[in-house]
Design a protein around this ligand. Structure first.
Ligand SMILES: [Mg+2]
Length: 417
């Protein structure tokens, strides 16, 4: 087997390991009776956040409103997300990979990259056998199924793991790479977004093979540095390093809390949401993430969830901007006379290392000013502790802090995919 390009200065063997329908996979592992049934999660958010292959076969898709699922697919089992379990299974899955490789990059809650170069000799097994063993261990110990891709670069490994799903194992070798790349449209290449895909297609570059066959000078002339890296990686040259320090890509940040007694007090509910927005924004800033979308939700005493979303005119992780938007939306989900027991916030469509488009002539807009202020507050809070400064609307939630939060429902303070 020849995984590596002869042009590569350092020969590498990269594994990309990706759990199949992860959230639902965990639900089935927790409750084996669900095996083989159409199952979706996301009830608490009001939209499908994950679905089993059986639900997919019926026509359910990610992002579909739960109300529609219940109406059109009455046999589908709808579950609320259990993020504590997802994080636990995620850690156990990465722990299994860590038995074999050093410095695993936890790319998201259910995906990782790892460098296996040379382990075939150490373990006296072929790379395929090692991958099969990892699949078996994850399957035996966690009842989860994963798909694994092997190649000489991260970009190729990602294509490989996605090739056969679920329960796939795909190896892309230098000799077979063109056959794979010819079937991958440019918008499916990891790291190439919809805008760039459009530009590429307009220039006649439709597949990953078309892109990889272009001259590097053409890529340099027309696109920025990251695309150069993708070009190299498609050609089998390892450029994108494995980063075991960084947990980069998360789809959303969620903050929720259950309170006692259930209440209809809008001012109180708003202060809870306001506090969640501040906490979620602080977390987002800590990870250099900026959301494009925010959802707020309330859960009634009868466990019904009402949710509303808003898209920001420009991505921002300043609570002032998100709070203004969320406040306008609260009326849409708050009904007089109904008692609510949980309030929550989800920041979605997170961008990593986003920089805003500055006004012309170096002037700064409101969002940029808030951005600067929050950097200063974050630095201050690093020194003096949390909540040196907070929004006035949050105060009521802080005063309420000590009143009984149910022990079985801890604050959800998670990043998840
Ligand atoms: Mg996955």
């Amino acid at each position: 087997m020849r995984l590596m390009s002869t042009k590569a200065p350092k020969e590498k063997v990269i594994f990309h390991i990706d759990a199949d329908a992860f959230f639902v996979g965990v639900e089935v592992a927790k409750n084996p009776k669900l095996k083989g049934l159409p199952v979706v999660t996301g009830e608490e958010r009001g939209i499908v956040s994950a679905l089993s292959y059986e639900a997919k076969a019926l026509g359910v898709v990610r992002g579909m409103p739960i109300s529609r699922v219940k109406r059109e697919f009455p046999h589908v089992i709808v579950l609320p997300g259990d993020y504590r379990s997802y994080v636990e299974y995620s850690e156990r899955m990465f722990e299994i990979v860590n038995r074999y490789a050093y410095g695993v990059e936890e790319y998201s809650i259910d995906e990782c990259f790892a460098d296996f170069t040379g382990l075939d000799r150490t373990l006296k097994k072929s790379y395929r056998e090692i991958a099969e063993q990892i699949k078996k261990e994850i399957n035996d110990e966690l009842e989860l199924s994963v798909s694994i891709g092997l190649a000489s670069t991260k970009v190729l490994a990602k294509i490989a793991s996605n090739w056969v799903k679920p329960n796939g194992l795909t190896i892309i070798e230098v000799s077979t790479a063109p056959e794979f790349l010819a079937k991958v449209p440019v918008n499916k290449i990891w790291g190439i977004g919809p805008k760039t895909s459009e530009q590429l297609v307009m220039r006649g570059v439709k597949t990953a093979l078309d892109f990889s066959a272009k001259d590097i000078s053409w890529v340099r002339q027309n696109f920025s540095k990251p695309y150069e890296a993708i070009w190299h990686e498609l050609n089998g040259v390892f450029v994108n390093k494995i980063d075991s320090e960084l947990k980069t890509t998360y789809l959303s940040i969620q903050k929720t809390r259950t309170f006692h007694p259930a209440t209809n007090d809008k001012t109180f509910l708003w202060s809870q949401i306001s506090k969640h927005i501040e906490d979620a924004c602080a977390k987002a800033r800590h990870y250099n993430l900026v959301p494009k979308k925010i959802s707020i939700f309330l859960k009634t005493q009868d466990f019904e969830i009402v949710t509303v979303s808003a898209t920001l005119s420009a991505p921002s992780n300043s609570p002032e901007i998100l709070a203004e938007l969320a406040h306008e939306k609260l009326d849409k989900i708050h009904t007089k006379g109904i008692l609510y027991r949980t309030a929550g916030v989800v920041l979605q469509d997170l961008l990593h290392n986003y920089t805003s488009q500055k006004d012309l002539f170096g002037g700064t807009n409101k969002a940029d000013k808030l951005d600067i202020i929050h950097k200063q507050i974050d630095a201050l809070e690093d020194k003096l502790g949390k909540r040196v400064v907070y929004l006035a609307s949050t105060k009521k939630a802080l005063d309420h802090k000590t009143i009984g939060t149910e022990a079985d429902e801890l604050d959800r303070d998670l990043l998840f995919l």
